[in-house]
Design a protein around this ligand. Structure first.
Ligand SMILES: [Mg+2]
Length: 216
């Protein structure tokens, strides 16, 4: 069995379930924002941003690179709901589960501090991680860029070969695996089952999965 001694966690749709609706709400707010900014119908804005997000990593990076958009603060304020309590449920036992993991752990998110801190605080798990690496930490471009993973490992003091990275986006996981790391998809509805990636449906399955698949 492969060995791991470190875990990198995505946050949105990973440390809380996709069915919370929080990410769907943000998706809608992002499309509305793009529609207004580029004077497009919402449907068209949504199609355009989805086409570009895999190249640029995030809609924000696409807007800043291709549309000369500069007001990042306004974007972050607009697309991240302040009322996370209306979406998230405090998962019983998640804090204890994370504390029990026999590995170092950090968060690697494409979210900005305003959103990530709000969610981690609400879930009661903000103090549990060595690092919370927000979008653009240390000048990186965010997931799925290779440089982001290398820099994350450097900051966390882990070796990618001995690190398990969890995310709900298959295309964020593949480049990490290409660097020699272990990956785990969090796929609540099994919508990505065709990708044949190692997966769990809920974060609470993690300890059992680790025990079964890794030396720790
Ligand atoms: Mg996510």
């Amino acid at each position: 069995m492969p060995m791991i001694d470190y875990i990198l966690f995505d946050m949105d749709n990973c440390l809380y379930p996709a069915s919370s609706g929080l990410c769907s709400r943000m998706d809608g707010l992002i499309s509305n924002f793009v529609a207004e900014l580029l004077s497009l119908p919402v449907k068209e804005a949504e199609k355009m941003r989805r086409e570009n997000v895999l190249t640029y990593g995030t809609t924000l990076k696409w807007l800043t690179d291709c549309h000369d958009f500069k007001d990042i603060h306004e974007y972050n304020r607009h697309i991240h709901p302040a009322d996370v309590e209306n979406y998230l449920k405090k998962e019983t036992g998640i804090k204890e589960m994370l504390e029990s993991l026999p590995c170092g752990k950090s968060v690697l998110t494409n979210a900005p501090p305003v959103h990530a801190d709000r969610v981690l605080n609400y879930l009661g798990i903000s103090g549990l991680f060595d690092e919370v690496l927000y979008l653009g930490f240390s000048g990186t471009m965010g997931k799925p860029h290779r440089e982001t993973y290398l820099r994350a490992a450097e900051i966390c003091g882990c070796s990618i070969a001995d690190t398990l990275f969890l995310d709900d986006v298959p295309d964020y996981l593949i480049p990490f695996r290409d660097e020699g790391g272990e990956i785990l998809l969090v796929d609540e509805t099994r919508k990505h089952s065709g990708r044949s990636l190692p997966s769990i449906t809920n974060i609470m399955e993690l300890p059992g999965y680790i025990k079964e698949c890794f030396n720790v």
